[in-house]
Design a protein around this ligand. Structure first.
Ligand code: GFB
Length: 316
């Protein structure tokens, strides 16, 4: 990749896309295509086709997606399947039509079966039923993976699907209805401390285990894979890379850690009327480690900086 190559980041305002923009700029890439919503409507095939025709990107990071936590996934299943299929169909197909050099498609660890052996290896894809709370999202992402593989096989494209674990960091969604657990708990504990509340309510039993990766580490891994040279055969051979931190913790342990970081002194209460979702989600990242990529951010440090950034932007 040359520093002047045109790099299209689809979804540049989101948690992942904004981290990619920061990382690429830091590494000296000068020709980033980061269209605003008024310039490009990803759900509209004509708009995406016209954008590719006009801008002719060399590389594409497909980080645009309809995302959300367990409640958002359960409440808006149609939006999750429709929007994700449309966005990825439009971008992957136009990337083929316009002969781009390489594309990275970002999926999610929820593509693996609900009761998958842990840690989850790439080859466990499609070996069992999905978790019902997010299967519309997971099915869309699995379709995206299959699409990358199919275009590579039929047309010789260089499309690589990568599957990040649960992510967190700056520009995350802190809305309590739609966010993921980590930003939700930062907000809940921070507000509880400010309001001298007696307790913080955590959804579910606290038993599910999740793996968390700082989004800056994800951006680093994505650029690493984008720059890596693979043989034509490797592209045809259904490439797939898990990207994670290699460690998981329970929701209860996460709540205790955030309680300590935010210096909240009250109690933690579990609301077991809310579903737990998948019991455990830990990715096997040995494939990426073999290529010599390793995550850098410790969970406690990452939560501290994310909580600081949240406090700065949300003074109470
Ligand atoms: O992060 P989260 O919403 O999504 O929830 P998933 C993880 C766990 O944390 C669940 C619990 O067991 C939640 O019940 N939890 C506890 C909370 N308190 C809270 C809270 O205040 N807010 C939230 N949101 N959860 C999503 C999928 O699954 O993860 C997506 O729905 C995607 O498709 C994404 O894969 C990475 O980890 O369960």
């Amino acid at each position: 990749m040359k520093k002047t190559d045109k790099i299209f980041i689809a979804g540049p305002k989101g948690l992942v896309g904004s981290a990619l923009v920061r990382h690429l700029e830091k590494k000296g890439f000068t020709n980033l295509l980061i269209p605003s919503h008024s310039e490009l409507e990803l759900l509209d095939t004509q708009s995406v086709a016209a954008y590719f025709e006009k801008n002719k990107p060399d590389y594409v990071f497909l980080a645009a997606a309809k995302v959300g936590g367990i409640l958002a996934n359960s409440t808006y299943p149609a939006d999750f399947i429709y929007q994700n299929l449309m966005i990825q169909n439009n971008i992957i197909h136009q990337s083929f039509v316009h002969n781009i050099k390489k594309l990275l498609f970002l999926g999610s660890s929820c593509i693996y079966p609900k009761h998958c052996p842990q840690p989850m290896k790439e080859e466990y894809l499609m070996t069992g039923p999905l978790e019902p709370t997010n299967s519309p999202y997971a099915v869309a992402k699995i379709a995206g993976i299959e699409m990358c593989w199919s275009y590579n096989r039929q047309y010789g494209t260089k499309f690589i699907p990568v599957m990040p674990t649960n992510l967190y960091g700056p520009n995350d969604n802190f809305d309590l209805e739609t966010s993921h657990v980590l930003p939700a708990l930062i907000r809940k504990f921070h507000e509880a401390r400010q309001n001298n509340a007696e307790s913080v309510t955590v959804w579910g039993t606290g038993h599910p285990k999740r793996e968390f990766l700082h989004v800056d580490d994800l951006a680093d891994a994505c650029l690493f894979i984008m720059q890596k040279k693979f043989s034509d055969q490797e592209y045809k051979n259904k490439p797939l890379f898990n990207i994670g931190s290699g460690r998981d913790i329970s929701v209860k342990e996460l709540a205790e850690l955030i309680k300590e970081i935010t210096r909240f002194k009250g109690k933690i209460v579990f609301d077991t009327s809310i579903p737990d979702g998948t019991p455990q989600k830990l990715l096997d990242i040995s494939k990426l480690k073999t290529l010599n990529w390793h995550p850098a951010t410790k969970l406690k440090d990452g939560i501290k900086s994310t909580a600081e950034a949240f406090k700065k932007h949300t003074p109470l």
